[in-house]
Design a protein around this ligand. Structure first.
Ligand code: ME8
Length: 648
């Protein structure tokens, strides 16, 4: 167990060639969850992420936009930081490869390898894949294309520096064989072993055909190959050649977390650089699977990327964090789908966790004026619940040590189910009715205490949710100051006053969501059109031109009739007139308006929305309304204007 030791975890440093998508959020959320968990267990954590800013690809994009590479990356890197803030990513350091502290380290690493004779100068001819920044010999190409991404490669011929990977192949193989934890999961370890056994070519580690990189210290006309530059970030971030005490404390890294496509760089090139520098190797490189969209890899060019900022607006950050950590089997590919996300939110978060909290706090408020009572004698039920809590704490710890993130969450949810079942078995309402006061005290205490332990276990996965549970329990001590030991049974003080709160995860009605989706699809089309037209998307909110806005046909409409939609308790079916034309519109407003109230109202509708079916009922437009979490009001016009009047 790494308890009270140190823990150094890293994500890949991402290319600021474009905005990040949900795939990048996946890796970073897993790393964040591990970092938070290790801090909780008392480890001294260094969690490093950052941006990989050099290379031909960035240079080309910047040029096509008419800005310098630095101007281009500065803007995108800002958007990375905004995204990480939004997702509560608790990194300790963010490294940019354009920083001085980094280029000094990269140049020194290059110089040492050169002086040792591991890097030499020669003539190079080979195939280069710019999107992957990878070199290939002809025999490794597939149909003449990059074997990693399938895109075209370019023939490059230049004088270059080479790194003798082959010198270290045997040592590396021995290390991999003697350290089964070094490459995980096992399938990737086997792939790498066969790759090394098939023979390692010396690696070209400099380029002369572009400038956007760190100069080779012994030959300024060359820039250092971007992967040497990028991998070295893990040394810079740990203080190498800057703060030797820090470096001695944190190095070697405990975990480099990466996507499966860059395992090769991290388990062949990177350890060989370290061997050549006489530095210890990282303990583990874990290559996780890909997040797919309908079984296909996400990519900007395919237009199937999922924007994490929009998702967070729509569902909340913790719901997305939970989905990523729970749904995707860590190590394997997983599918991202809105339907699966909504199912998880409704079943696991709103139903299991949300209800447990809501019911427990409501009963403590109702039966004991919100004061956590002193527990009395225990029955088998309580003993069983206490055991389940202790088992959950131990299981989460074991799973996190073994990098079994989904299993850790399953263990937490097992305790949630146990506690929900405990309510049904202990029947607090019946105890209250029968006047069994001491027994009721015991049950209410046990619910409060189980929730306290759950908050501590959950906070590494869903930091905001941990806080919210804590706040509703009314515990004064800051949750962030709590450690693993505090998850032992009995920490909740009788006399603590719980606080009524909103449901932490409101249920999502898939039907109402369908309406929102239609609107967001439309917005996306607008956004793509704007992007195609070469316009820049600003960091946080899309700005639209007046022409974009004019594409919406907003009209005053008069409600002629309204009725519920059978079997959909949030939906109403309205018949409206827009001028002479009659339309049917289905809207998720049944919670806020009765059909009678609506008839005769003049509202505003999007008249040119593509028709859609909601619960099988045709909807030929969308009405406008302002809403908060618990209230909604229709948009109306201030003066008596005729139906059909244009809103602009
Ligand atoms: O490769 N599913 O940067 P990058 C899961 N700069 N993870 C995904 C993903 C998906 N669909 N798409 C991206 C680079 N990722 C180099 C790294 S490190 C010294 C240099 C995640 O911006 C995953 O972690 O292309 C993957 O390895 C990484 O983003 C690639 O990010």
């Amino acid at each position: 167990m790494g308890r009270k030791g140190k823990y150094y975890v890293s994500t890949p440093i991402y290319y600021p060639s474009d905005r990040l998508h949900i795939g990048h959020v996946y890796t970073t959320t897993v790393a964040d969850c591990l970092a938070r968990w290790h801090r909780f267990t008392g480890d001294d954590v260094l969690f490093l992420t950052g941006s990989d800013e050099h290379g031909q690809k960035i240079e080309r994009i910047a040029k096509s936009r008419g800005v310098t590479p630095k101007e281009y990356v500065d803007k995108i890197v800002d958007s990375f930081k905004v995204l990480w803030k939004r997702y509560n990513i608790s990194y300790d350091d963010f490294i940019r490869t354009t920083e001085d502290r980094h280029s000094r380290v990269v140049q020194e690493v290059f110089r040492r390898l050169y002086e040792k004779g591991d890097i030499y100068k020669d003539e190079y001819e080979g195939w280069y894949c710019t999107p992957c920044e990878a070199f290939w010999v002809e025999t490794k190409l597939e149909d003449g294309k990059c074997p990693d991404c399938g895109r075209p490669v370019e023939l490059v011929k230049e004088e270059s520096y080479f790194f003798r990977l082959s010198n270290y192949a045997d040592r590396l193989l021995r290390h991999i064989e003697e350290h089964p934890e070094f490459i995980q999961p096992e399938s990737r370890r086997n792939e790498m072993i066969s790759f090394i056994k098939s023979g390692l070519e010396d690696l070209c580690v400099s380029r002369t055909t572009f400038d956007w990189g760190i100069p080779v210290p012994v030959d300024e006309g060359h820039v250092i190959y971007v992967w040497i530059d990028a991998l070295t970030n893990y040394l810079t971030g740990a203080g190498f050649l800057q703060d030797e005490e820090k470096f001695a404390h944190y190095w070697p890294a405990d975990l480099h977390l990466v996507g499966k496509e860059i395992v090769r760089f991290h388990t062949i090139i990177w350890p060989i650089i370290l061997m050549a520098l006489d530095l210890p190797l990282p303990k583990t490189v874990f290559g996780h699977g890909w997040l797919l969209m309908e079984q296909d890899k996400m990519s900007k060019s395919k237009g199937n990327v999922v924007d994490p900022m929009k998702l967070a607006d729509e569902f909340g950050v913790d719901a997305i964090r939970y989905f990523l950590l729970r749904e995707i089997s860590f190590g394997q590919d997983g599918n991202f789908s809105r339907r699966a996300l909504i199912d998880r939110i409704n079943a696991d978060l709103a139903n299991d966790l949300g209800n447990l909290l809501h019911r427990s706090v409501a009963m403590i408020l109702r039966y004991r004026d919100g004061i956590i009572p002193q527990p009395g004698a225990l029955t088998e039920l309580e003993q069983d619940l206490q055991q389940a809590a202790a088992a959950a704490v131990a299981a989460v710890n074991d799973h996190m040590e073994a990098l079994e993130i989904n299993d850790a969450l399953s263990a937490i949810w097992k305790l949630i189910s146990r506690a929900n079942k405990y309510i049904d078995e202990a029947e607090p309402w019946a105890l209250n009715k029968a006047g069994l006061s001491e027994r009721l005290d015991t049950v209410l205490y046990h619910l409060g205490e189980t929730l306290r332990i759950l908050a501590l276990l959950i906070k590494s996965f869903m930091p905001e949710t941990g806080e919210k549970i804590w706040t509703q329990l009314g515990i004064e001590r800051c949750i962030e100051s709590c450690r693993y030991e505090d998850a032992a049974w009995g920490g909740l003080q009788p006399g603590t006053k719980v606080v009524k709160g909103d449901p932490i995860f409101p249920r999502i009605d898939p039907e109402v969501l369908a309406e929102a989706e239609e609107a967001s699809r439309m917005a996306e089309t607008e956004q793509q059109t704007a992007a195609k037209a070469g316009e820049e998307k600003p960091a946080e909110k899309l700005q639209v031109s007046i022409e974009d806005f004019a594409r919406l046909d907003l009209r005053v409409a008069e409600v002629k009739a309204a009725e519920p939609v059978p079997g959909a308790d949030r939906l109403l079916k309205l018949i409206v007139t827009i001028g002479e034309e009659e339309r049917q519109i289905v809207a998720g407003i049944a919670k806020y308006y009765t059909p009678e109230e609506l008839v005769g109202k003049r509202i505003v509708v999007v008249a040119n929305l593509k028709p859609a079916k909601l619960r099988g009922v045709l909807s030929e437009g969308m009405l406008l309304a302002a809403s908060t979490d618990d209230s909604l009001g229709l948009v109306t016009v201030e003066r008596e204007l005729p139906s059909g009047a244009k809103v602009k």
